[in-house]
Write a protein that binds this ligand. Structure first.
Ligand code: ACM
Length: 780
């Protein structure tokens, strides 16, 4: 076996291209590095290739239970994704051309969770000192065997890998409180985590909108706290009552399923804020001020806090007893985020309690609250982790910190010798949209593109090596206000989880964006084989019409450009109605089409396979004069931008979505070509205003109205400009009903921005604009 020099990860792939041309049995030259994500610490190309087919055996030595578990996992993964069934056999003398898994306390890779994997024509061998390492070796082998996305037999080029993780905490958080996701969906997430070598599943089990874990001693937590009545309940497919919870038996099942994949489940019960579902269930035990709220239907920040008296602590400790019995995790997450202190400030009993404790402000009270629960967990051999707000009143002695409001919380905590996990919203909040494309589903309107995720570095340069040791790792979070279904989860997580996994697993010096992109097409094929609806945003062709619309309409010709978010691959297109295949014209420069023409485009990866799905744009009068949701601009640039579904809990991916700025009900139709325009047609919808804004409520701008439900006004140039039209909003439309507003515009010439503004009362529903179309005898 000839060996090429060691390739340390992606940075040297260019070299691998030069030296590592590997001939497969059929004589096909493969000039690419192994398509593995996360990239292993060390990869060497090796000669030969290894056939995996129905005759291939997976073998382990009798009594080697760690190897047996990984062997069975590998067989099941290959069956699931390729449809090949390999025999798993305990034998001291494996046949030639077997995949052998072997525990060895003296294995050459010494790092925890590390492994070596050698593939050559006589077989494959995975060796590790520990069970996790064998498991990750199996994952790597599975990736090698599924890169082509095909079924049945395959052939793997020879390779020699030594690999281990950079961080011990490679986390993914799923919020099941805002939208409930059933056990089957959670298991799919765990399967995908294992396939990415992620090992901490942070399960956000309670929040204002739902309590999701059965607690035997307090049954109302789930019978009351597990359910809410959504806005629009019972109409347009919206459920009449929304919710659900996991029984303790189901929790045990999930914990065991995760453990079999070397994933620790860290439960989160959020406190003292985000407590409304708990308070709704037991207002007289944990509530403040005698308030009896219902389970919240509002996203955002709600005011209900846990009480700080002994009754409340007894309740919380009893709940934690059951939680600790269910979850073997050392860490228990007790939230701590966004606890607005109004209730504590306004409660004479809470104020008296503070006084008796000698605590002078409410942040310090939260610190005391957290510290006390941290002590309780510590007495039971557990550790508390919380969001970075727990730093505010003085960091509780025993706590570890999950930094979400940027990275400063992690830096501060690490400098104080506390362990930290990095989950900063600007890089790790996967409920943000992946692009500004109009075809993105629900989410927060901030764009968190794949490349930005990939660029995150968990260890800040200001930390000393000693302090850096407190960085346990990184975590991606999926908050679920806008994630109502398993399909939405898949779209939001993948492939951004691939970028995150490489940050958390691979040595820093191996990370390379272009190398990562090269390895993604294989990963997209794995997703397809597993029926995971990964987002193709990074490769999706964007078909742009250049120049001003009036000129295009006058000349009947338009200049088209095509690009994609990552500038990866070859964009191929047609203008004759056919679907672009591998032989379609490659886009290299702007081109001209006559109106009407439909442009169809697909991105092809360097290996010649399509990556992502077809995108289409029809260039005609109607299309050029219409701006749809996502093509209208925000005005002024709002800070709380959301892409909301028609109704909060509709689970279909094709539910209409609307871009909303919670503070300003206005949008801009940029550069409207008004020559010959005589009218306007607006499709709008009345949406639930279900958002708790707490202290930000005062920022909501209301515009003066003349009729009961307000109007949709059209202004010239800016919202302060001349009003061109005003359409009273109808009285008889329920939430989610489409509203069509149509009427005349005065004759104007040239291009003008149009401000579209809703003057409806701000204590009523929100409005969204589906599309705005200019009508009339535009010059041809
Ligand atoms: C958070 O996003 N409130 C932790």
């Amino acid at each position: 076996m000839t060996q090429a020099p060691i390739i340390r990860g992606a940075r040297r792939w260019g070299s691998l291209l030069a030296i590592g041309v590997i001939c497969l049995g059929g004589g096909v030259a493969h000039a690419t590095a192994p398509p593995l994500i996360p990239i292993p610490a060390e990869v060497r190309a090796a000669s030969g290739s290894f056939a995996v087919d129905a005759h291939t055996m997976i073998a382990y030595a009798p009594g080697d239970t760690k190897a047996e578990a990984a062997a069975r996992y590998l067989a099941e993964e290959l069956r699931r994704s390729r449809g090949v069934t390999l025999a798993v056999t305990a034998t001291a003398h494996p046949a030639a051309r077997s995949i052998v898994l072997h525990s060895d306390p003296k294995a050459s890779v010494e790092q925890r969770e590390g492994y070596s994997l050698d593939v050559h024509s006589d077989g494959a061998r995975i060796v590790s000192r520990d069970a996790a390492g064998l498991f990750y070796g199996a994952v790597t082998f599975w990736q090698l065997a599924t890169a082509d996305g095909g079924r049945d037999a395959t052939r793997i080029p020879g390779v020699s890998i030594r690999d281990w993780p950079r961080f011990e905490w490679r986390g993914l958080m799923l919020d099941v409180a805002r939208h409930f996701h059933d056990v089957a969906t959670v298991k799919q997430v765990l399967d995908a985590m294992a396939e990415h070598k992620l090992n901490v599943f942070h399960w956000h089990l309670s929040d204002d909108q739902g309590w999701r874990i059965e607690i035997k001693r307090y049954p109302l937590l789930t019978s009351v706290g597990g359910w809410r009545t959504p806005p629009g309940a019972g109409t347009h497919g919206e459920p009449a009552r929304y919710g659900g919870f996991y029984t303790q038996e189901q929790i045990r099942e999930v914990v065991a399923y995760a453990a079999a994949r070397h994933i620790t489940v860290v439960p989160e019960l959020d406190m003292p804020g985000h407590a409304q579902a708990a308070v709704a269930s037991y207002p007289d035990i944990v509530g403040v001020n005698g308030d009896h709220p219902a389970v919240s239907v509002d996203w955002g920040v709600n005011p209900y806090l846990y009480n700080v008296d002994e009754k409340s602590f007894t309740f919380i400790e009893n709940v934690l007893d059951e939680v600790m019995a269910l979850f073997p995790s050392t860490y228990i997450h007790l939230g701590g985020d966004e606890a607005v202190k109004d209730q504590w400030k306004n409660s004479p009993t809470v104020q008296a309690r503070m006084k008796s404790l000698g605590i002078t402000d409410e942040n310090a009270l939260q610190s005391w609250f957290t510290d006390r629960l941290g002590d309780y967990l510590a007495k039971h051999g557990r550790r508390l982790i919380g969001w970075d707000e727990i730093l505010e009143g003085g960091l509780p002695r025993t706590a570890s910190v999950m930094s979400w409001r940027g990275v400063q919380g992690a830096i501060d905590a690490a400098k104080k010798d506390h362990d930290v996990v990095l989950a900063p919203a600007g890089w790790m909040y996967f409920d943000n949209l992946q692009s500004d494309r109009a075809d993105e589903p629900n989410g927060r309107l901030s764009v968190l593109a794949l490349e930005r995720v990939y660029g995150f570095e968990p260890v800040d340069a200001s930390l000393t090596p000693e302090q850096a040791r407190h960085v346990l790792g990184a975590e991606a979070t999926l908050w679920s206000e806008f994630i109502p279904s398993a399909r939405h989860i898949q779209h939001a997580l993948f492939p951004r989880v691939d970028a995150m996994a490489e940050i958390a697993w691979s040595p820093r010096e191996t990370r390379n964006w272009q190398g990562f992109l090269q390895r993604l097409p294989a990963q997209m094929r794995r997703y397809a084989a597993l029926d995971i609806a990964a987002s193709d945003t990074a490769f999706a062709p964007a078909i742009h019409v250049e120049g001003d619309i009036a000129t295009i309409l006058r000349n009947g010709k338009a200049t088209i450009t095509i690009d994609n978010q990552t500038a990866f691959g070859t964009l191929r297109y047609t203008t004759d109605g056919g679907a672009p295949g591998a032989d379609a014209k490659a886009y290299t420069a702007p081109f001209t089409v006559s109106l009407p023409t439909t442009v169809r485009a697909v991105t092809f990866a360097p290996d010649g396979a399509a990556i992502g799905s077809l995108r289409t744009r029809t260039v005609d009068r109607d299309n050029l004069l219409t701006r749809r949701n996502g093509e209208l601009m925000k005005c002024p640039d709002g800070s709380l931008g959301l892409r909301m579904p028609l109704l909060p809990d509709l689970g279909a991916m094709d539910t209409p979505v609307y871009d909303i700025d919670l503070f300003h009900a206005c949008w801009v139709y940029p550069k409207a070509p008004l020559d010959g325009v005589t009218g306007i047609r607006i499709e709008a919808a009345r949406l639930a205003r279900n958002y708790g804004l707490a202290h930000e409520l005062s920022k909501v701008v209301s515009y003066p109205s003349k009729t009961a439900h307000g109007e949709l006004e059209v202004h010239q140039d800016s919202c302060a400009g001349t009003m061109l039209a005003s359409f009273p909003l109808p009285e008889d439309k329920a939430l989610g009903e489409p509203i069509v507003l149509e009427g005349k515009l005065p004759a104007l010439r040239g291009e003008h921005d149009l401000c579209l503004r809703v003057t409806a009362p701000t204590d009523g529903p929100l409005y969204g604009l589906g599309s705005v179309k200019l009508t009339g005898s535009h010059p041809r």
